[in-house]
Write a protein that binds this ligand. Structure first.
Ligand code: BGP
Length: 479
């Protein structure tokens, strides 16, 4: 559609995460993270959460995909130059906690790690690209997971506070947009990766997960508090995975089940982080999982109330359907969202149900509920790309996916939603979180590496590169 209207200064860009593209996992003092413990392969999330998972990492395992990534650590200038060529106004990346504090418990940060992220920020700024930083994206120090059981231990709040303070002090004058935790609500499904709760210390025990959430909420508020002191201009956001969810039919039982799923999966974390208080339905969720309460200390609730986040960053890939009345209903797939198949939607090669109209609904739901600025910090189509002899990828399917979602963003803006930016996921091909493979690609830029991270590593522009360049140049008018 031509004629879409996006606000001036709209933050078009792209998104990545340290552990999925940097590589150099043991370079310049970096410590081992939870993500470094993950082998490649489709079952990696499940493997990480299984009771017999081997958390040791030695040289025999130094071939895991994340360990090499796309070697962005050494090639970041080339990559950011390509982002600039596309016209990016913003670039979302994350800081590997283990580059700053290798074990997570040190008193003094690792200067090489800080210098690396400052160089990235400076490189972005030299092109007029606004850096957008996720403080923690699925890669807490392995030491904190193994020795403390991750976020279930309240001492993590202090370790994170120190980490956040260190990076905010170093970069807070140069970077305005920050987010405290990537997809914080993903812990409902993958507490090992998201919260560092390794099986031996709690596995899928929901009470432990909610206890860990509480500690993350406190840490998030402390990061807001520090940010405001460092630079009042800083905007600190939360980051949730959002999946529009439909009830299968008008059966009130399915409607109620959908409402409860929405409260728990889509809203619970944002309710606390944005509104600064636990929602009224919290007790019902605790009861459902068979426990009464979590531990809190005096002053906790006041801290949450005083320092909420100011905007909502969220990922949107797909929608899901709830059918609580028919156990036989055909199941749908997804990283974190699943539910049953929606007969009105097509799915990606990985079974993720593609639903651009659901993005407009998501934007309206979130804005209507919270009335804070929204930032779509992940969206995109994972696909198997075929390169021709010139390493060119004609990825019209990716363009179609993005175009239809951008169209619905414009509709939501016309609905009155305050949407400030859009950073599609994996703007350069990187290691997939769920499969650990390179062959599930999202990028505008093709990286010549296979699933074993073998290849030249050279970068090539896909068809979508030129298309997105035009979208940005016309501020979304010409799709
Ligand atoms: C989100 C994560 C990202 C990213 C994306 C795509 O859940 O925040 O890290 O990987 O999903 O998922 P995948 O790589 O599994 O296709």
């Amino acid at each position: 559609m031509n004629g879409n209207k996006f606000p001036d200064g709209f933050l078009w860009g792209g998104a990545t995460a340290a552990n999925q593209l940097e590589g150099a996992f043991d370079v310049d003092g970096k410590g081992l993270s939870v993500a470094d413990a993950m082998p490649g392969g489709k079952g990696r999330f499940a493997a990480l959460g299984s009771a017999d998972f081997d958390w040791s990492i030695d040289e025999s395992k130094y071939t895991y995909p994340n360990h090499k990534g796309i070697d962005h650590y050494h090639r970041y200038k080339e990559d950011i130059a390509l982002f600039a060529e596309m016209g990016f106004k913003s670039y979302r990346f994350s800081i590997a906690w283990t580059r700053i504090f290798p074990l997570g418990t040190e008193d003094t940060p690792n200067e090489a790690g800080l210098a690396f992220y400052e160089a990235i920020v400076d490189e972005c700024l030299s092109y007029g690209i606004e850096p957008v930083i996720t403080i923690s994206h699925y890669e807490m120090p392995l030491h904190l997971a193994k020795e403390f059981g991750g976020w279930q231990d309240r001492r993590l709040v202090g370790f994170y506070e120190k980490f956040a303070e260190t990076v905010l002090n170093r970069l807070g004058q140069k970077v305005t947009y920050w987010m405290t935790f990537n997809e914080i609500n993903s812990a409902f499904h993958f507490p090992a990766l998201s919260q560092g709760i390794v099986p031996a210390t709690g596995g899928n025990n929901k009470q432990i997960i909610f206890q860990a959430f509480h500690h993350q909420f406190l840490a998030s508020s402390l990061a807001v508090k520090i940010a405001k002191k460092v630079n009042p201009q800083i905007k600190m956001g939360c980051m949730i995975i959002y999946g529009t969810s439909y009830a299968w039919d008008t059966n009130p039982k399915n409607q109620q089940a959908n409402l409860e799923l929405n409260q728990e999966m889509n809203f619970f974390c944002a309710d606390v982080q944005v509104r600064g208080e636990y929602p009224a339905y919290t007790q019902r969720i605790y009861n459902k999982y068979g426990f009464d309460s979590i531990e809190m200390e005096a002053g906790d609730l006041a801290l949450l109330k005083e320092f909420p986040v100011e905007y909502i960053g969220f990922s949107y890939y797909m929608s899901s359907v709830v059918n609580a009345t028919d156990p036989e209903a055909a199941k749908a797939m997804g990283n974190l969202l699943s539910g049953v198949k929606n007969p009105f939607l097509e799915a990606s090669e990985w079974g993720w149900q593609i639903d651009p109209a659901g993005l407009r609904i998501a934007l309206n739901e979130l804005y209507g509920r919270y009335e804070v600025p929204l930032f779509i910090v992940e969206n995109g189509l994972g696909a198997i790309d075929e390169v021709d002899e010139d390493f060119y990828v004609a990825d019209d399917y990716r363009i179609d996916y993005l175009r239809s979602h951008i169209d619905e963003m414009a509709n939501a803006i016309a609905d009155g939603v305050d949407l400030i930016g859009y950073t599609p996921w994996g703007c350069i091909d990187l290691v997939s979180a769920s499969t650990g493979e390179m062959s599930k690609r999202y990028g505008f830029i093709y990286v010549d590496l296979d699933d074993n991270i073998e290849g030249t590593g050279n970068r090539y522009k896909k068809k979508s590169f030129d298309w997105y360049q035009k979208v940005i140049a016309t501020n979304g008018e010409d799709l």
